[in-house]
Design a protein around this ligand. Structure first.
Ligand SMILES: [Zn+2]
Length: 76
């Protein structure tokens, strides 16, 4: 789940299944409230309970590789 947050206005959007949805809301908010400018303290909040994203998969694979290497070195 993703939410757009504008720290400047102190508001959060509804929850979106995709980050793109939250970003699209953020773009609309910027256009309406900030004249298309990027407010300070805006961001996309991401909640767990979803499939890992591309960047997270790299970390998972890396940790798995380290664990396997550790295991292999004990066996040798
Ligand atoms: Zn705002």
């Amino acid at each position: 789940m993703h939410q757009y947050e504008c720290g400047n206005c102190g508001l959060r959007s509804g929850k979106y299944l995709t980050r793109f949805g939250a970003e699209r809301y953020g773009k609309g908010h910027r256009d309406k409230k900030h004249g298309g400018m990027f407010p300070i303290n805006e961001g996309i909040l991401t909640y767990s309970g979803q499939a890992p994203q591309a960047g997270e998969w790299r970390t998972i694979v890396l940790v798995a590789a380290i664990l396997l290497i550790g295991l292999a070195s004990k066996l040798v």
